[in-house]
Design a protein around this ligand. Structure first.
Ligand code: M6R
Length: 614
């Protein structure tokens, strides 16, 4: 939540900052702002409610010159989205400007102290205390900006990634982080700040990942100076990021979400590359084999995640329990972290996260670590906070996912969980050689089957046009496809704003069946698997109540097809792999319903891609 970007060098900062903000807009888009130091070393702050485009319009005709600047795109936490609460915030004297991503938990006590010292506040944000506090400490102890930031942050409780610049000081940009992501880009005679690499990739692929409680001074003509809040010197190695520009552009699609839906065959190939050997029909997942003794002695596996990643985790439970016979519990991270869970040393915690920055998932990891559990992460973003907080793990390698609605991240998470379960099941001897080979063979064909489903795009678009009237939707599935029903419902509600519920199909008669009438669309996920006949009975119950049925069935289906109003036919596969196929038409359906309704598909209201606050 919130994206921050900064620049110091010899180029004009404004275009670099604006481009960076556009790339980071997926993190929040309630307001945007920029602070620049012009050639007279005056500090200009421009900020406005709305998206980066509105900021650009607002800046027309203003002095946007300067080779040093910071910029911010906001997802509101403290204080409503308006001009006043937009970042950057000035200090009392307007000598400092600051941007912040995170939450300052003790902002009220700091604010009280500063008010007593004569400071007045112009916004309702928690952030404003930071900039006043830094100015107060700077003046009181006669410190330079770097030391003032370092000293001030010792008083702060909460999460932050910040950038600060100072009037009259053209060669210094100070940054710091704790709990919120921040990278430093190291160019030729220039430095960048970014919440992630997408903001700076055009200019440099050399980055430094700051750790928690570290403060950096970016000064022209010298290497970055980094010290901890306790004033210890830190020397970070410069790392290379591997990210191509085309990965973060729409490439001719109207929305990132549609591009990412269609990218799934490619992202799954990247995910399985070097892991699935099609000649030998076997899987090699070094994360599992390197830690096989930990898994062998595990009494229980706990999976934790949020949103779509939690849905992938639920499928992971079905996979691991079926193929490895290890008990698995799955819990949303925001619940796990605040109850008093029993976690033993022999437990393995598997956090799943696309961004690797989700605050609740990170906190659940810390809790499990304290209790001695082994942490095995499934993450997309390389070098992210979650990836770094785990003992071991597997990257999904889906490539950057920019649409707020998660699509390719989900299928690659499920693919990783499948490869884990197959590897582990083979090592533990809990699956037969025959089953192993058959499922690996099916997995090796999955991307071709997804390509076939993607060809149904136009057919699904047509079905979507029928249902834009709906105010409610129900999604039903059983077994491996119950989590897919949850995922289908989440996709629809987050981008179309239509209320949708996912249910285990047989639970319908315990309550939700009361909602069914001749206007209610019900998406039934009914591939021809073990409990197909049971789902057929559930479909009959809906039909008897005149619900409108959209069914996801296998090619050649007869029974459900007879009753459904609309059928989307997909290829068949091994039951445990069906989520990788059944979810695709649901993603396409929600995409078209939302885009036909004119919704902002990639940046739906109130949401942000990366939820770095709890
Ligand atoms: O980055 P993460 O996978 O940790 O994010 C978790 C959720 O915030 C995320 O899946 C969210 O639910 C998506 N908007 C769903 O499409």
């Amino acid at each position: 939540m919130c994206g921050i970007v900064g620049y110091i060098g010899h180029k004009e900062a404004f275009p670099i900052l604006i481009k960076g903000l556009k790339r980071l807009e997926y993190r929040g888009y309630d307001s945007a702002g920029v602070a620049l130091l012009n050639k007279d070393l005056d500090l200009n702050v421009y900020k406005t409610k709305g998206k980066v485009k509105q900021l650009e319009a607002y800046c027309k005709g203003k002095d946007i010159s300067g080779n040093i600047g910071i910029a911010h795109t906001r997802w509101a936490t403290h204080g409503e989205p308006n001009d006043r609460n937009a970042h950057p915030h000035y200090s009392q004297s307007e000598n400092l400007a600051l941007i912040h991503n995170g939450i300052i938990e003790n902002y009220l006590s700091i604010k009280k102290l500063l008010i007593n010292e004569g400071y007045s506040f112009k916004s309702d944000t928690d952030t404003e205390v930071l900039v006043h506090l830094i100015e107060y400490v700077k003046n009181r102890y006669k410190l330079d900006l770097f030391d003032a930031v370092k000293r001030s942050l010792n008083f702060v409780v909460g999460a932050y990634a910040i950038g600060v610049i100072e009037k009259g000081n053209s060669d210094t940009l100070v940054a710091a982080r704790k709990g919120s992501p921040l990278i430093l880009g190291v160019g030729e005679g220039e430095f960048f700040l970014g919440s992630d690499a997408t903001a700076i990739i055009e200019y440099t692929s050399n980055v430094i990942y700051l750790n928690d409680e570290e403060v950096a001074e970016l000064r022209l003509g010298s290497s970055p100076k980094i010290r901890t809040l306790k004033d210890q010197e830190v020397n970070h190695e410069i790392k290379k990021i591997e990210l191509a520009l085309e990965d973060i552009e729409k490439g001719g699609y109207p929305h990132f979400m549609l591009k990412e839906i269609h990218e799934q065959p490619k992202s799954l190939e990247m995910c399985m590359n070097g892991r699935l050997n099609r000649e030998l029909m076997e899987i090699k997942l070094s994360g599992i084999t390197d830690n096989i003794e930990r898994f062998r002695s595990a009494k229980r596996i706990l999976i934790t995640a949020c949103g779509t990643s939690w849905h992938a985790g639920l499928i992971g439970k079905y996979l691991i329990e079926e193929l490895c016979r290890i008990p698995v519990e799955v819990e949303v991270a925001s619940e796990l972290r605040y109850r008093y869970p029993v976690i033993e040393k022999d437990d393995i915690l598997i956090p799943i996260s696309q961004s690797g920055e989700t605050a609740d998932t990170l906190a659940a990891i810390e809790l499990a670590k304290e209790q001695g559990a082994f942490i095995y992460g499934i993450c997309n973003v390389v070098g992210s906070s979650i990836a770094r907080a785990t003992d071991s793990g597997t990257y999904t390698h889906a490539g950057p996912e920019i649409g707020v609605a998660s699509t390719k991240a989900f299928t690659t998470q499920v693919a990783v969980l499948t490869m884990m379960a197959l590897t582990l099941g083979k090592e533990l001897g809990t699956i037969s050689q025959e089953r192993y080979k058959k499922t690996v063979q099916e997995l090796s064909e999955i991307t071709h089957k997804i390509e076939k489903i993607l060809l149904l795009d136009k057919e699904i678009e047509k079905i979507s046009t029928v249902f834009t009237y709906a105010r409610n939707f129900m999604y039903l599935g059983r077994g491996y496809n119950y989590p897919v029903a949850l995922e289908g419902a989440l996709k629809l509600k987050e981008i179309s704003y239509i209320h949708a519920e996912g249910y285990p199909a047989a639970e319908m008669k315990h309550g939700p069946i009361a909602l069914i009438d001749d206007e209610m669309p019900i998406v039934v996920i009914s591939p021809k698997v073990r409990i197909y006949d049971k789902v057929v009975s559930n479909v009959q119950e809906i039909k008897a109540r005149k619900g409108k049925i959209i069914a996801i069935v296998n090619e050649g289906d007869v029974d459900v097809k007879k009753m459904a109003d609309f059928c989307i036919e997909i290829p068949s596969t091994d039951e445990c792999l069906t989520p990788l196929l059944t979810v695709i038409p649901l993603q396409i359906l929600s995409y078209y319903i939302a885009s036909i309704k004119g919704r902002d598909v990639d940046q739906p209201r109130n949401l942000a891609k990366s939820v770095t606050v709890e």
